[in-house]
Unconditional design. Structure first.
Length: 317
């Protein structure tokens, strides 16, 4: 009888552990774009879920810190159902301030009953510099004073880049520089100190990259997409926003002239405007910012590593 009880207890423990453990989904396969599993702050992780169709509303995408599993960063919005992958495409932006270290990239059922994928990812720190910018009276006033137009335009842009509807915008391959013969004047993630004419100061983070160029220099489309905004704004001046993929946007600021309108479909390398110094600007330059599901990422990364490789499209045509 004693041995029978032990067997019963052992079987109970076995089935309890089995119920608590994630069940591997053998009908799906993950294709992580690129060979590297090491990424830096401000970069992007993307890949395909291949196999049986998956309802993106039933899937949870997480980065889990290996050394502190209570630190879970959720990216459910990063699933795109109408991409080239037969079961689903995931794009995970690595925030500029994500704690460096080792992570699990988990794609699992939302009810936590089974994994679709659980793979190792390492996040390394990026180097951010600090720069001081001296502002004149006019620009100091714009930045410091409460302004209803500024607030309204900010809310409008934020609502726009939160949009992730199915669309015609599906770009494959690497992005290209939106301006030629220019000098990189400010980097992604720079810590900026603004010195106002009043003597006050403020701090902010630079979410894009700046290129100093001659006024009137052509501004080019960095990647195929759809123009979702083309107009003047108080702070960013003449502005163009292009949707390249559901939830993936380029923001181009301070242009002198705009050659496109909202709703236009544009192709990589097409001229859409010219470099200027409109809005809050201290000289002719182009600000290029990329947002992935609202999170700013380093555009320079996307010049080298595509969100979705071109050969992925070829394999799924």
């Amino acid at each position: 009888m004693r041995y029978l009880k032990r067997i019963i207890y052992a079987l109970f423990a076995f089935f309890l552990l089995l119920a608590m453990s994630p069940i591997s989904d053998q009908q799906n396969e993950i294709l992580l774009f690129g060979e590297s599993v090491v990424f830096k702050q401000g970069e992007v992780i993307s890949g395909c879920i291949m196999g049986k169709p998956i309802n993106q509303n039933e899937i949870s995408v997480n980065l889990v810190n290996k050394h502190d599993v209570t630190k879970i960063y959720n990216f459910d919005s990063s699933l795109v159902s109408n991409g080239p992958c037969n079961a689903g495409l995931f794009i995970v932006p690595v925030a500029y301030d994500l704690i460096p270290g080792d992570y699990y990239l988990q794609i699992r059922r939302s009810d936590e009953s089974e994994y679709v994928m659980n793979t190792d990812i390492s996040i390394e720190p990026s180097i951010y510099i600090e720069e001081t910018i001296v502002l004149d009276d006019a620009i100091s006033k714009l930045r410091q004073e409460e302004n209803a137009q500024r607030r309204s335009e900010s809310e409008e842009l934020w609502e726009l880049i939160q949009t992730k509807a199915d669309s015609q915008s599906l770009f494959y391959g690497q992005m290209e520089l939106p301006v030629k013969d220019a000098v990189l004047s400010s980097s992604f993630g720079d810590r900026r100190i603004f010195n106002y004419s009043s003597g006050n100061t403020s701090r902010s983070i630079h979410w894009g990259i700046d290129f100093a160029a001659k006024e009137g220099s052509p501004v080019l489309v960095p990647a195929d997409g759809r123009v979702v905004m083309s107009r003047n704004r108080l702070i960013t001046g003449n502005t163009i926003v292009i949707e390249h993929f559901p939830g993936v946007y380029s923001l181009l600021y301070h242009l002198h002239e705009l050659y496109v309108k909202q709703g236009d479909m544009v192709s990589i390398g097409e001229i859409i405007g010219s470099v200027g110094s409109t809005g809050v600007s201290t000289g002719p330059h182009l600000h290029w910012e990329v947002r992935v599901f609202t999170i700013p990422v380093n555009p320079l990364f996307l010049l080298e590593k595509p969100l979705v490789p071109l050969d992925t499209k070829d394999k799924n045509d």
